[in-house]
Design a binder for this molecule. Structure first.
Ligand code: FAD
Length: 244
């Protein structure tokens, strides 16, 4: 049996669920795990740093800096904060304008699934994508839903299967493979926001103050083979870029 939907969205992470909440009725989110939003669940130490009061286009690293400008013009941190408040989620500010849930990151997952349902979108969990094709008019997806094969056609296909990090909680390179299949150019990927580790040679007990390529002010502490401080994850990101 083939079912037609206007929009199919691959991946029920933050991007896929937000996309479904805005895609209009009848859209379907296809997720291979049994639960949505696992990366949100572990974000912000379990409390999800859901936005930042000082967010601006300059805070985003991108080959196309104009993208963040136009995206933030259409939807700002204040729009998301308003959504959080409408869902009755209690929040607090930590340092540097970071906003976290008082209770748990699960509240943001609940917010997104509720917004999707209100927009008339369906969430298909435990559904894997076997094949993606385009017949000249529409996309054709061959799926395995809870072990049973099915075919879906759609006018628009959104790829929201995320990055490749943490396969244990569902990450795959599916979007990269589909982009390759359709001849879409993809920029080279490299690890970003990864923990910085070092060996005995650097166990000097030093302390650096400053910024990681000017993105987040804060201190980087290097102590006895441990590295901590707000900018510890941004240092590898800056070091890996051409200007680093
Ligand atoms: C430890 C940690 C802490 C973080 N803390 C924060 C924070 O506090 N604030 C913040 O803003 N960001 C934080 N981030 C980053 C943030 O979590 C991610 O940027 C964001 O969740 C990415 O959303 P996404 O929808 O693009 O991708 P993902 O969340 O990766 O979602 C992709 C979805 O696609 C599914 N999928 C993958 N392959 C397939 C397939 N083949 N078929 C079907 N489904 C598939 C996955 O199972 C997943 O559900 C943190 C990240 C980590 C790892």
């Amino acid at each position: 049996m083939t079912r037609h939907v206007p929009t199919a969205i691959l991946g029920a992470g933050a991007a896929g669920m937000m996309c479904a909440a805005h895609a209009g009725p009848g859209s379907v989110v296809i997720e291979h795990r049994a639960t949505p939003g696992e990366k949100i669940r572990i974000s912000g130490g379990g409390r999800c740093n859901f936005t930042n009061m000082h967010a601006s286009a300059e805070n985003y690293l991108s080959g196309n800096p104009h993208f963040a400008k136009s995206a933030l013009k259409r939807y700002t941190q204040w729009d998301f904060l308003d959504l959080v408040q409408r869902h009755g989620i209690a929040w607090h500010e930590k340092t540097l304008g970071q906003l976290f849930c008082d209770d748990s990151a699960g509240q943001i997952i609940d917010l997104l699934t509720a917004e999707m349902a209100a927009a008339g979108a369906e969430l298909w969990l435990s559904t894997s994508v076997e094949e993606v094709a385009h017949d000249g008019t529409r996309f054709r997806l061959r799926l395995a839903r809870e072990g049973r094969g099915m075919e879906v056609t759609c006018d628009a296909l959104a790829l929201a299967t995320g990055g490749k990090s943490i396969p244990k909680i569902g990450a795959t390179g599916l979007a990269y493979r589909i982009a390759d299949q359709f001849g879409l150019a993809v920029t080279d990927t490299r690890p970003g926001l990864v923990p910085l580790t070092f060996g005995d040679r650097f166990a000097l007990g030093c302390r650096l103050g400053g910024r990681a390529r000017g993105y987040t002010p804060g201190l980087l502490h290097l102590r006895q083979c441990r590295c901590c401080g707000a900018i510890r994850m941004e240092v590898p990101l800056g070091a890996g870029s051409s200007g680093g």
